[in-house]
Design a protein around this ligand. Structure first.
Ligand code: UDX
Length: 448
């Protein structure tokens, strides 16, 4: 299949999608208005860290199959498919700001060939596709909702070895054409994974075609349910703390029931990132718009928002009821391991809260220092290594479970922390915490 594709927006989703499709034999234009991001991509690199992405961007640029540009006019008129992957930031009231989604649709739909297909990958509230079709007078069958399920840190593998590809629209033939694109990607996935230097996956996923509104709702429902699982685990973790039980063991046993499953039941400092917080508030807003009160999601959101404060209270308690003047190291500023993304990152929130309560805060992350700077209070001091960060600290908070941070902490802690320091594992990741206790540290997790 020798189709030409334009991808609008070079964020996590757009850049990964464009680089992968360029490796599957398509000619791919990638439209990105930000000049510095565009420049970085043209040099064959990503402007964020994502495992395996740089090598395939480079291959795409060198071979000419990946064509970054700031102009819609360059690729859209000759494209058979246009993927919209533009950002959907939060409005102050928690709903999604769709100005980029509408702006991209308006410009691209005006330039597209009559039978080209517009594919919405950005996460949008249910009803957005229908609104775009009405507003810009699009032939309904040419608009497809194809929500994205990739996780940052495993974006390429999730796309190549997907659980499901969902395509929603009203024209069966158009939906099949979109499915064919993904089948081409699937056919090349072994080669692409080895070019990217990532491990091949094992899942055999399914293709699901459905109507437009259902496709839009599938995406947010899936993320909201995962967020619900995490907040549920965190609620039980608080109870577990109160009765001196072990949340990791509890969730291992509960998750062993196949009907429940162990995934996304890890308690800790709560979820962050560009998706869960936004998708949960987006779903709540969609409910309200249609007179449906999604109280269960409001509860999940409240539990999540309480978690950084819960971490601080726990630490304060362990440090004798006062954080003022205490030297505290925060390890992990990315919202999860494997990414440099710090959007709505619990680690950043914890560092800022500690600073607000008068602690002297030192912080480290293997990848996210640069991105964290924007959201951290100015008095939080960033360091380039774990060792430097820990020197003479009264406490350390582990906020992201990077391998480097959890693999062998005991000796590093013994060499650098003050004796008897508090080790607050806010991601419940230290397996051998007995070693830390044997060295005289005061270890505690969340519900552990
Ligand atoms: C998520 C969805 O998983 C993905 O399918 C969707 O397309 C985009 O949103 P992502 O935000 O990249 O992906 O990260 P994910 O791995 O889902 O983690 C989200 C947050 O939840 C992180 O802060 C993570 O630390 C936290 N988390 C995850 C927990 O606190 N506990 C868990 O058990 C799992």
């Amino acid at each position: 299949m020798s189709s030409t594709i334009t991808v609008l927006g070079a964020g996590y989703v757009g850049l990964s999608t464009a680089a992968l499709l360029a490796q599957a034999g398509f000619k791919v234009y990638l439209v990105e208005p930000n000049p510095s991001r565009l420049d970085t991509i043209k040099q064959g690199r990503s402007f964020f860290f994502e495992s395996g992405l740089d090598p395939i961007i480079k291959l795409g640029i060198d071979s000419g199959s990946l064509l970054p540009t700031d102009s819609y006019e360059m690729g859209v008129p000759e494209s058979d498919f246009v993927f919209s992957c533009v950002g959907t930031p939060d409005n102050p009231d928690g709903s999604s700001n769709l100005s980029y989604v509408y702006g991209a649709a308006e410009t691209a739909l005006r330039l597209m060939q009559p039978n080209a297909v517009y594919i919405q990958k950005s996460t949008v509230p249910v009803g957005t596709g229908k609104a775009i079709i009405d507003k810009f007078d699009v032939e309904p069958g040419r608009y497809v909702s194809n929500p994205e399920f990739l996780r940052e840190g495993t974006a390429l593998q999730d796309t190549l070895w997907f659980d499901r590809i969902v395509c929603g629209g009203s024209d069966e033939t158009v939906l099949s054409r979109v499915v064919e694109l993904y089948k081409a990607l699937e056919a090349h996935r072994g080669d692409i994974a080895s070019s990217a230097g990532i491990k091949a996956g094992t899942v055999t996923g399914s293709y699901i075609t459905t109507d437009l509104n259902s496709a839009e709702l599938i995406k947010v429902t899936a993320n909201a349910f995962l967020a619900l699982k995490i907040s549920f685990a965190n609620s039980i973790a608080k109870l577990s703390d109160a009765v001196d039980a072990d949340i990791n063991g509890i969730m291992d046993a509960v998750g062993a029931d196949k009907r429940i499953g162990r995934a996304f039941l890890n308690a800790g400092r709560g979820y962050g990132g560009g998706c869960f917080p936004k998708d949960v508030s987006g779903l709540i807003s969609s409910g309200l718009e249609h007179g449906i009160d999604l109280e269960i999601m409001q509860a999940a959101q409240q539990v999540n928002e309480s978690m950084p404060g819960y971490v601080i209270e726990k630490l304060k308690d362990r440090l004798g009821g006062n954080l003022s003047g205490k030297k505290v190291a925060v390890l992990g500023l990315a919202f999860k391991k494997g990414t440099s993304d710090t959007r709505k990152s619990p680690g950043v929130k914890i560092a800022n809260l500690l600073d607000t309560f008068g602690a002297e805060v030192l912080a480290y992350d293997p990848q996210a220092l640069e991105e964290a700077k924007e959201d951290l209070r100015r008095s939080v001091v960033l360091h380039m290594s774990i060792e430097e960060t820990l020197v003479d600290c009264d406490a350390v908070v582990l906020a992201t479970d990077w391998e480097e941070l959890v693999s062998s902490p005991a000796q590093i802690f013994a060499d650098h922390l003050n004796s008897g320091a508090v080790v607050l594992d806010a991601v419940n990741a230290y397996k051998n915490y007995i070693d830390l206790e044997n060295l005289g540290f005061d270890y505690t997790g969340i519900g552990r």
